[in-house]
Design a binder for this molecule. Sequence first.
Ligand SMILES: Nc1ncnc2c1ncn2[C@@H]1O[C@H](COP(=O)(O)OP(=O)(O)O)[C@@H](O)[C@H]1O
Ligand SMILES: [Mg+2]
Length: 395
Amino acid sequence: MDPVRNPYAPGAGQRPPELAGRDDELAAFDVLLERVSAGRPERSLMLTGLRGVGKTVLLNRLRSAAIARGFGTGKWEARPDQDIRRPLAGALHLAVREIAPRHRAPDRVDEVLSVLKAFGSRQPPGTPLRERWSPGIDVPVAVGRADSGDLEIDLVELLTDAASLASDVGSGVALFVDEVHDLGPDDVSALCAACHELSQLGAPLIVVGAGLPHLPAVLSAAKSYSERLFRFSRIDRLDRPAADLALRVPADREGVDFDPAALDALYAASGGYPYFVQAYGKLAWDVAPASPITAADVDVARPLAEAELGVGFFGSRYERATPAEREYMRAMADLAGDDGPVATAKIAVELGRKPASLSPARDGLIKKGLIYSAERGSIGFTVPHFGRYLRGQAE
Ligand SMILES: Nc1ncnc2c1ncn2[C@@H]1O[C@H](COP(=O)(O)OP(=O)(O)O)[C@@H](O)[C@H]1O
Ligand SMILES: [Mg+2]
């Protein structure tokens, strides 16, 4: 059918034509926003899950909900080896700008901006000039607030000031951070401590993060009380009714339908993983000669979609691995029948190596975000169906 009218949107962070199966998360977030702006105690929120389950898209949607409630918001994506100060200052700057027009005291806004400038300009020693923060904030830099160089102290001061600005206008601040597992340990620790302090003060500021399934372990390694500080929400594949909605609602808008057997075949292929729902849906639409899309159309589309995923979703990640890391992942794939986590001890046996000698490959893969350490000495692929893809390669 007409590819121009194809509604499906496979791609990292691509807004889906229908955000299916997330009603509970959206409803819970509305309650959270309401409570925060009323000054009631609330925990910050962390979304966790594998790649392609829709964390980024949900994070963006939650941000829209916060904006609609009058919150000041900002967002950044954490990167390995990047200091938190600059991106956080940038995100908070946006949040303050959203609140400022509603604030009655411009002086107070300027004061907070000058503290923000002080925080952001305080760079770690040796930061190259081109990486310095130049925010275009037209006020003098504050002295003696958020500029101690101790990240935890500075964060508490800065976030308290921003939150009080929001509370003056009866709302709050929500900071959104994607790929939280990539924050450095010192930054995680300071961020947790600041959230802890702010929640004790009843300040209307929350952090909403998203990250891989091992995020709770990353946070609790930094601060043992993090389990009580955050509410973790596991974002998972869509169940059958939600996956069907994700396909049918956008098609229906274009006057296109699916045969029930086509939906069966699409769910079998996608396993309900949102990225795959979009990818298979897109190809099924393209190959179908007319509505309704049939199981036979899906049969034709499936290898085409798999070839595309093999290059893009899987291939681009596989390319990042060194030969030793690829060997490690292939051993994982052979052991992980259902693509669930595998005991690291078994991988060593499979490869006939001492466990310690495999640590560099394992650590490299974790750093590259291809695998994550799950519970009890086991590891899993961060990418769903990755084991299946690798086994297919080997044939
Ligand atoms: N609830 C959903 N319903 C339908 N499609 C979705 C849903 N969530 C995400 N998607 C689609 O899945 C893909 C991956 O989403 P993304 O947010 O990038 O995942 P993640 O950040 O978890 O890796 C995108 O193409 C997006 O359009
Ligand atoms: Mg993402």
